[in-house]
Write a new protein. Sequence first.
Length: 113
Amino acid sequence: MKDFIDVMLRVKAGAYSFEGANARHEHEYEVWERVKLPAGKIIIPGVVTHSTDVIEHPELVSQRIQRFAKLVGKENVIAGTDCGFGGRSHPQIAWAKLKALVEGAERASRALA
């Protein structure tokens, strides 16, 4: 992400979605320690991943959301998925991951209030 963040932020979009939960990308949240999100923009980091069938614990999801919120402001973060689950995950696993996302977002909202 550090190699293309500047290009990404030049794209005329209201929000930027990117992978943030899988093992290849989770460390990249650090880019927001040095890059300022432009005013009026929102990030949609993936906080659950399609790259494993392991279902994330809601507290881990909450921690991921809070990490981004502390760097760019809670009003500028929408929790998302790394990618679509269709064809990659069994439907029961996909729904369980989305449930973990909802529960984690609820926890993060309470912690950030």
